[in-house]
Ligand binder design. Structure first.
Ligand code: ATP
Ligand code: MG
Length: 317
């Protein structure tokens, strides 16, 4: 199957290669000391001995296509990790493997010390993985709060009979869920939109709501597939702050796929670069940006166009 050979559109030439735009926070790795593991991955020094995810020789074939091959990557318990690479490189497929949308052809996924080999999608969700999708998947006709409450369902504490007969326990749980949903929405300052119909929200707000719904499942590892897609630069800068805030407040790991290099380089601590299903580089944002193979395969093929000259942010496809 033909893959996209790595065509890119950088929407800003104004920033210049490898430089942060004005207003973009300093790169995370300036504050994070990364330490190497025997498995050839880096994790933050603060997470030493505490990994949430370990992928070992992970791979999947679709017919004759090796969509992901020998994927080895470790994420620390409170790390913000990045997965980047050109269109069709296999990034979303990695998320689909982690969440058991696909069962791997080869290799192992260890989540918080447990091999997920025989688990299903609901089981890995219960074990602590939550995700958002490249194409937003919300219940459009439900309210914002109802969408979040769907994420809370795995934390139901009241039994079936309490619900059927509307026992006091049921109303207590209802109140708990309502309060918790508003608390979670408040992470993105969206509590006042709780009653709005999800499908009526602007695009950026829908993306944020999807993150809140994923957070509602109380994950240990949050997977974000292109969270900044369709966002304007100020929404993206705000998202970057919120990703950090979520990590800090919830003390969880976040792994994100993005084409917006300002976001990736600004927030990620360890990064893996995929090309044609294989990891071609792993490292800190600085190491990735200086890696000749990555520049050749992804970052270096920067095209400037009209949008670029309007300064919309460094976005690569
Ligand atoms: N279910 C499937 N059956 C067959 N081929 C698939 C399937 N899912 C993905 N692929 C192929 O696997 C490759 C990797 O796709 P994937 O969606 O993971 O890329 P990606 O890195 O997420 O790209 P993008 O940046 O465009 O989202 C592509 O060639 C894609 O066509
Ligand atoms: Mg994808």
């Amino acid at each position: 199957m033909a893959r996209n050979e790595g065509t890119y559109k950088a929407q800003s030439a104004a920033a210049g290669e490898g430089q942060a735009r004005a207003g973009v926070p300093k790169r995370a790795s300036q504050a994070t000391k990364m330490v190497p593991l025997p498995t050839d991955s880096l994790i933050p020094e603060r997470d030493q001995g505490q990994t949430i995810l370990e992928c070992r020789h992970l791979g999947i074939d679709f017919g004759g296509l090796h969509a992901v091959e020998d994927f080895n990557f470790t994420v620390g318990k409170t790390e913000i990790a990045g997965l980047i690479g050109p269109n069709g490189a296999g990034k979303t497929t990695v998320f689909n493997l982690l969440t058991k949308v696909y069962q791997p052809t080869r290799g192992a996924i260890i989540l918080d010390g447990i091999d997920t080999a025989n688990m299903t999608t609901p089981q890995v969700a219960q074990a602590g993985i939550a995700r958002t999708f490249q194409n937003i998947r919300l219940f459009d006709s439900l309210t914002v709060e109802e969408n979040v409450r769907i994420g809370l369902h795995n934390q139901v504490k009241c039994g079936m009979w309490s619900g059927i007969f509307r026992l006091p326990r049921h109303w207590l749980a209802e109140k708990e869920f309502h309060d918790r949903a508003l608390e979670l929405l408040d992470v993105f300052g969206m509590a006042d939109q709780a009653g709005a119909v999800a499908g009526s929200l602007p695009y950026g707000a829908q993306r944020r709501l999807e993150i809140v719904r994923a957070l509602a499942t109380a994950p240990k590892l949050l997977l974000l597939d292109e969270p900044a897609a369709g966002m304007n630069p100020s929404e993206t800068a705000e998202l970057m702050e919120n990703i950090r805030k979520i990590r800090d407040d919830f003390q969880i790991a976040i792994m994100l796929i993005e084409h917006d290099m300002d976001l990736v380089m600004g927030v990620c601590e360890g990064i893996a670069v995929l090309n044609f299903g294989k990891i071609i580089a792993k490292g800190t944002p600085e190491q990735i940006q200086a890696n000749p193979q990555v520049i050749e395969a992804y970052l270096g093929k920067q095209e400037t166009d009209d949008a670029a000259l309007r300064g919309k942010g460094r976005r690569y496809q």
